[in-house]
Design a protein around this ligand. Sequence first.
Ligand code: URA
Length: 186
Amino acid sequence: QSSSKVVVSRGNPLARLMIIGEAPGASEDALGKPFVGRSGKILDSLLQDVGIDPCKDVFICNALKCRPPNNRRPTKRELVSSLPWLKQQIKLVDPWVIALAGSTAVDVVLGLKDRISILRGVWQFWEGRMVMPLFHPSYLLRNPSKVEGSPFFLTLGDLLEVQNRLKGLQEADTMKISNVDMGFKS
Ligand code: URA
């Protein structure tokens, strides 16, 4: 009931969007990839709903790289020991936007300890990147209602916000390139 392998990532390492979860569970440990169990299915369907391709448009990883015994919450000490790997992933992928799934990832990256229901949906700026806290997909599994105002509904809105921001940043980047082509300073 513990970790059999290190779970590094899935998705595209060149993506402009990075999603960081908490820690691998049993399915992730078995397959060696993050978010491939029930939470992952919800995450992928939400991403697709807002036009984000889970294979092409996003790099997905966790704050903790190994499954904690019996799926308990990661300890502070475990999270601190995984942090250099997470920081290196962020540095290498160099995403424009980071989405933090759940309060553990929000605490690890931003050091914010407020409830996720307060933090979600509010943009943060961290080390030159836009950061969006989200409900964790496992919370959506436990609260499956999709009515207006439900966690599911709010998360869809938050991801739409992420997608719009990515499009805006992409447009600005393209303009910068074409201005350089035409000899303008950006
Ligand atoms: N929950 C997470 O936070 N990460 C996973 O990879 C799977 C479930």
